[in-house]
Design a protein around this ligand. Structure first.
Ligand SMILES: [Zn+2]
Length: 127
């Protein structure tokens, strides 16, 4: 199953990049704050970020990865745990996971994507 994970790949190639996540941890997408909804390139940065499920930190770069044997149910469990630890409602988990899996399905394994609010797109990866 294809999922989105945090990556340091391509970090620094775009102005406003940041990466406080653990390499390879699962990420999810949070609603941006009101400030970032108006300007995702601003100092907060949540409108261009992906949230790490384990670290509860964030990054501007996510990578499509294939985790063999990992299922939607596994991911819902991981999401529930992360939401509970982060103080978010656990019942968000299934909807969030379905959205994330749909997003991950759009690109090939290894693709690095970034975000502007609700726009997600691939970055060019230089070897
Ligand atoms: Zn923000």
């Amino acid at each position: 199953m294809k999922v989105l994970v945090a990556t340091a790949l391509t970090q620094g190639e775009h102005e406003g990049d940041y990466n406080w996540c653990i390499e390879g941890e699962l990420v999810w997408v949070q609603e941006p704050c009101a400030i970032d909804r108006r300007n995702p390139d601003g100092p907060c940065g949540c409108g261009r970020g992906f949230a790490g499920m384990s670290s509860h930190r964030s990054t501007t770069t996510a990578r499509v990865d294939e985790i063999p044997g990992f299922t939607r149910d596994d991911m819902i469990l991981a999401m529930q745990t992360s939401l509970r630890d982060g103080g978010w409602p656990e019942h968000w988990a299934a909807d969030l996971v379905d959205g994330l899996l749909e997003l991950a399905s759009l690109w090939g394994v290894g693709t690095v994507i970034d975000r502007r609010i609700d726009d997600f797109g691939p970055r060019e990866v230089h070897a």
